[in-house]
Design a protein around this ligand. Structure first.
Ligand code: APR
Length: 253
């Protein structure tokens, strides 16, 4: 099967779509200086994300996991939204202004850069690095301190607080998952940007969209398990690719 691989196809798909769903992953923030999890820059000290982002790792060594999040928080705090984040805000504005237009941004990112850029209809599938949650009673609160306290603080119930993110082996928040699955099923265009599509259940959202006859577009410098299913693959970086689309849609003098 030959795939169209031109950004021009992406432009055509975008201009005919009325209901757009976008799934983003760590690759979208890479050009903002936030390392991805599985790329060459993915290791922190000698640890992989899978060694740290689990309830078992936090139970075993809360300080180690806390320090990893403190490091990521500092990087994210210094980072600015890039052209990919901005292009998705503009796309949302354009689609939402159309009669019957629907735009939903599903993100696995916990960095909050989509919200900082101005995206409005964002569904956070994996929580937020800017929230803390009790390991016992699940009470949650926002916490934007940078640097983080050197030790994980305790909840009023005396148990340790942990980052408010979804770890391996944990279920996604129910309401967010239901909203995401519904938006995917209703999309006529589903855009997957900067995710390895290896982590379930988020990686099944493009399949839900495809089963419901959405066109599937992937933007990623590297192949993923979704590449062969996509109607259009753009082998490029998110900010570069989506940044070009922004320029293409600027009014000409
Ligand atoms: N633009 C677009 N894509 C990029 C860029 C870039 N500049 N740089 C890297 N990528 C791609 C990589 O090719 C890879 O496919 O982004 C993807 C990043 O993959 P992962 O590191 O696996 O990140 P993600 O898919 O978001 O991981 C999913 O796993 O660790 C957990 O909960 C964590 O939300 C995360 C989930």
């Amino acid at each position: 099967m030959s795939l169209p691989t031109e950004a021009g196809d992406l432009e055509a798909f975008l201009s005919s779509a009325k209901s757009i769903c976008v799934l983003t992953g760590a690759g979208v923030s890479q050009e903002s200086g936030v390392p991805t999890f599985r790329g060459a820059d993915g290791l922190w000290r000698k640890f992989r994300a899978e060694d740290l982002a689990t309830p078992e790792a936090f139970a075993r060594d809360p300080l180690l996991v806390w320090e990893w999040y403190a490091w990521r928080r500092e990087l994210i705090h210094r980072a600015q939204p890039n052209a990919a984040h901005m292009a998705l805000v503009e796309l949302e504005d354009r689609i939402a202004a159309q009669p019957g237009g629907r735009f939903t941004l599903l993100t696995q990112n916990v960095d909050g850069l989509h919200e900082r850029a101005g995206s409005r209809n964002v569904i956070r599938l994996h929580g937020s690095i800017w929230r803390l949650r009790c390991t016992r009673c699940d009470t949650e609160r926002e916490d934007r301190a940078v640097p983080l306290d050197p030790f994980p603080p305790r909840c009023a119930c005396s148990a340790l607080l942990r980052p408010g993110v979804v770890w391996f082996g944990e279920p996604l928040p129910e309401r967010e998952w239901a909203q995401a699955a519904q938006a995917a099923a209703q999309a006529d265009l589903f855009l997957v940007v900067g995710t390895s599509a290896l982590v379930q259940p988020a990686a099944s959202l493009p399949l839900i969209a495809k089963q419901n006859r959405a066109r599937l577009v992937e933007i990623n410098p590297d192949p993923t398990p979704l590449s062969d299913l996509a109607d259009c693959v753009v082998r490029g970086k998110a900010a570069e690719t989506l940044g070009k689309l922004r320029k293409a849609s600027e009014p000409r003098p």
